[in-house]
Design a protein around this ligand. Structure first.
Ligand code: ARG
Length: 467
């Protein structure tokens, strides 16, 4: 421990080596360097405007900042554990290049308002990237829906065959979830969009730092308006991690559906080879590891949310070093989302659909039963009675190993006089599906409307994000 820590102040002597090891966060927070450089640039300008740094000093520090940023981008800065974190690393680099005047950059500032600012910049940027990936995934889902409008398969409840549905409708269900995820990340981004810089360690800066100016420079919509809260508020990270947790519930459900469907037992779909893996032992295997990882990473992402909530629980105002533990969860959930989303998008885009297998799964499970009851209901039979009648038919068919298609006209009529010649037409798969043409239904006409609506909504979101 050679270097004297910048915070040394009243303390003398070196840190205990074991403590120094957990005290340093540079290995984690080094990736905040672009945000920290931006924060430094804006703060330097504010100090110059306040007359706390002269034009000549400001120019020297700015040149040093440019050089540090260049070196950081080139990976040419050796990160030192004794400098603890990225803020002290950059400050010491500035001192090495600009000399004594570099020490003025920390006037009225604390690492507390500094790190909170860096984190908010990071969360805003990354939320935007996740939203862009979600728009791309939703677009892929809508595109697949548009081209699978003729594929009919069973819809499941309790994982039992329930009613026929269009595969397109399934794709659009996940597009709906993408829209909700986008809204959640947009909310997290909006929560992050308040500036803490200029609040000092905990009570505000005693210098004429123009925080409105800082907010404009750094692109923040508003200011944190209480210094005690502003330096220690990590609610925006909770919101971000909650958005990520919600996203991974959706990704894990999509993954689970497709993993199941890609098994030989279903064989509705086949994953593209570049997104499948083999087995080190069993030569025949084609495993859906890409989707299993999407499903499995949900565990860590949920844990990250719990980790952040637990760090914040019971924390007294204002800043406490516990807060240094906010970064690993934030970074980890970001990496999980940005890593998995393009993979899932590619799985969706390249998925081979086995139309005949989907159709075959409609046979033999009396999946038309609800439609038979609906037919009776349309003829004036109260639904409860219709349900009972069709239940009796299915019981008989099951016992005899027969299907609805095997029933002769007189057999139908024996169950109920209303079950006339029209019933066979009404319970054809296409007819069952076409009947569900209200908003939200699976009829081709309804699905076409939603494909159009989602396309327009995604285009509007894209335009908004590009601004
Ligand atoms: N590395 C610290 C963190 O991430 C920076 C703030 C340190 N502030 C302090 N007073 N020790 O929270």
């Amino acid at each position: 421990m050679s270097a004297t820590p910048l915070w040394k102040g009243r303390l003398s002597g070196a840190l205990d080596a074991d403590f120094a090891a957990i005290n340093a966060s540079i290995d984690v927070d080094r990736r905040l360097w672009p945000q920290d450089v931006r924060t430094n640039r804006a703060y330097l300008k504010a100090l110059m405007r306040a007359g706390l740094v002269t034009a000549a000093e400001g120019a020297a520090i700015e040149r040093a900042l440019d050089a540090v940023a260049r070196d950081l981008a080139a990976g040419a800065v050796a990160f030192k554990g004794e400098l603890e974190d990225i803020h002290m690393q950059i400050e010491s680099e500035l001192a090495a290049r600009a000399g004594e005047c570099a020490g003025k950059i920390h006037t009225g500032r604390s690492r507390n308002d500094q790190v909170a600012t860096d984190l908010r910049l990071f969360a805003k940027e990354q939320a935007g990237r996740v939203i862009a990936e979600l728009i791309a995934l939703a677009r892929a889902l809508v595109a697949r829906a548009a081209e699978t409008r003729d594929v009919i398969m069973p819809a499941y409840t309790h994982l039992q065959r329930a009613q026929p549905v269009l595969l397109a409708h399934w794709f659009l269900a996940y597009a709906e979830m993408c829209l909700r995820d986008i809204a959640r990340f947009a909310f997290a981004r909006q929560q992050a969009d308040a500036l803490p810089l200029g609040l000092g360690a905990c009570t505000g800066a005693p210098f004429a730092i123009d925080r409105e100016f800082l907010a404009r420079e750094l692109g923040f919509a508003r200011l944190c308006r209480n210094s005690l809260d502003g330096v220690s508020d990590r609610d925006f990270i909770v919101d971000y991690l909650a958005a990520a947790a919600g996203l991974f519930t959706h990704l894990s459900r999509l993954a689970e559906d497709l993993i199941l469907w890609s098994s030989a037992e279903f064989a509705f779909v086949e994953l593209a080879e570049p997104l499948s893996t083999g087995s080190s032992m069993m030569p025949q295997k084609r495993n859906p590891d890409s989707l299993e990882l999407a499903r499995g990473k949900a565990g860590r992402v949920f844990g990250n949310l719990m980790a952040m909530l637990t760090v914040l629980k019971g924390l007294p105002l204002a800043y406490n070093r516990d807060l240094q533990e906010d970064k690993a969860p934030l970074f980890d959930s970001t990496d999980a989302a940005l890593g998995v989303l393009p993979v899932v998008r590619k799985v969706v885009a390249t998925l081979a659909v086995r139309k005949e297998r989907c159709a075959a799964a409609l046979d033999g499970g009396w999946i038309e039963a609800t439609a038979v009851a609906d037919y009776l209901t349309r003829k004036g039979v109260p639904f409860r009675d219709a349900h009972k009648t069709v239940g009796a038919i299915v019981r008989d068919l099951a016992a005899a190993g027969r299907t609805f298609a095997d029933l002769a006209p007189e057999e139908w009529r024996a169950y109920a006089p209303q079950l006339d010649a029209g019933v066979a037409r009404a319970i054809a798969m296409e007819a069952i599906i076409a009947a569900r043409d209200g908003i939200g239904g699976t009829a081709p006409s309804a699905v076409a409307r939603e494909i159009e609506r989602l396309g327009a909504e995604l285009a509007a979101l894209e335009a908004q994000e590009d601004k």
